[in-house]
Design a protein around this ligand. Structure first.
Ligand SMILES: Cc1cc2nc3c(=O)[nH]c(=O)nc-3n(C[C@H](O)[C@H](O)[C@H](O)COP(=O)(O)O)c2cc1C
Length: 362
């Protein structure tokens, strides 16, 4: 069924304007009778942030911005789904066109700028979701807001009851000034406030894990500060990372000039290096999620060895189709067998030191 979906739908979707194709993919996921994925091999199980993930392959934020298709996504075999980014108030995002597919590079550039139906609509939808499965919610700030930290607090208050974890996204490049929240004093203040909000939202229930999602474009000096503050404030984990403003060598040179964040295959080297750099600085204080250019089992395993407990992907789905999810899981089991490892947890961070010793990725 999944192979059939890929064979029929992908050529059509790739012939269309990327944003229309994305809308159609969401529509198809709502309507298609997708049978449930087979149960995962227990060797793929991963513990992180007090949660048990049936497999480590997650959907990255940005695909299901308004939590419309989480149930269908679990049926495709994801071990967890991150919905969002969600802003407190609804907002349209940037004008179109704002999504570009660089086919020859297997890359995407987007400048959506947090188009969101807002917390109220998303909370309502999640309150009635059917299938079990770990759903994280990626939260952000409205474009016109003055006190950005207050927006994250508002998102936590509204969405914590419906989320298995929450991601404080301070790394979207398409909201002017948002990435400044990664600077030390702003970050310390923000984390103090979001943690307090998380505790307040948890009266009578378990506090939700709070993760911090960073840009792959930080300097190593900035990263020292960010990880230090995240550790002091006892954040539950970090996601490395968001799209990049940098432009590694790209074949599609005209589209490469579009403003926005680059994702997909050309992001793999930089994001994996930043992941390993984060891992050596975190010293096991919290688990990491590795994101950026995962489009194969080998890429997923490289992320795990660079320090990720879990991985996420988005752009890889556009170029490889939904069959990629099962292919990664199968390959991960093969890598475990070849490496004579009992579980994926045994591989986490094995290569972090050697990755950080390599020349900086071009
Ligand atoms: C169209 C699009 C929209 C995205 N929206 C968000 C978002 O709202 N919040 C966020 O944290 N990341 C967002 N991302 C970034 C992804 O979650 C991910 O970090 C990035 O694309 C790198 O992974 P990939 O190479 O597998 O796509 C978006 C990415 C794309 C391509």
């Amino acid at each position: 069924m999944i192979a059939l979906f890929d064979r029929l739908a992908r050529p059509l979707l790739r012939a269309l304007d990327p944003e229309i194709a994305h809308g159609l993919a969401l529509y198809a996921l709502k309507l298609a009778p997708i049978p449930g994925a087979a149960p995962d091999d227990e060797k793929l199980r991963m513990q992180a942030f007090g949660l048990t993930f049936p497999n480590p392959v997650g959907l990255a934020a940005g695909f299901d911005k308004n939590a419309e298709v989480t149930d269908a996504l679990f049926r495709l075999g994801f071990g967890f789904v991150e919905a969002g980014g969600v802003t407190p108030k609804p907002q349209p995002g940037n004008p179109r066109p704002r999504l570009f597919r660089l086919d020859a590079d297997e890359a995407v550039i987007n400048r959506f700028g947090f188009n969101s139906e807002g917390v109220e609509a998303v909370a309502k939808r999640l309150a009635v979701r059917g299938a079990p499965g770990i759903v994280g919610i990626n939260i952000g700030a409205n474009k016109d807001t003055v006190d950005r930290a207050a927006d994250y607090v508002a998102c936590i208050a509204a969405l914590a009851p419906h989320a298995d974890f929450l991601t404080v996204n301070i790394s979207s490049p398409n909201t002017p000034g948002l990435r400044n929240l990664q600077q030390a004093s702003a970050l310390d203040d923000l984390l103090a406030r979001v943690i307090e909000a998380r505790e307040r939202a948890a009266i009578g229930t378990k506090p939700r894990p709070l993760l911090l999602k960073i840009a792959p474009d930080l300097t190593l000096g900035d990263l020292d500060d960010v990880v230090g503050i995240a550790r002091r404030r006892r954040i539950d984990g970090m996601i490395i990372g968001n799209t990049t403003l940098s432009r590694p060598a790209l074949r599609e040179s005209a589209k490469a000039k579009e403003q926005g964040g680059l994702s997909g295959r050309p992001l793999f080297a930089l994001s994996t290096r930043m992941l390993a750099e984060t891992y050596v600085r975190a010293e096991g204080a919290f688990p990491l999620i590795g994101v950026g250019g995962v489009d194969s089992g080998a890429a997923a395993f490289a992320k795990i060895k660079a320090g990720a407990n879990l991985i996420q992907l988005y752009s890889g789905l556009i170029f490889r189709g939904v069959g990629l999810i099962g292919a990664i899981k199968k390959d991960l089991l093969d890598f475990l067998r070849i490496g004579r490892l009992d579980s994926l947890a045994d591989a986490v961070g094995r290569d972090a030191a050697s990755v950080t010793a390599e020349p900086w990725p071009a």
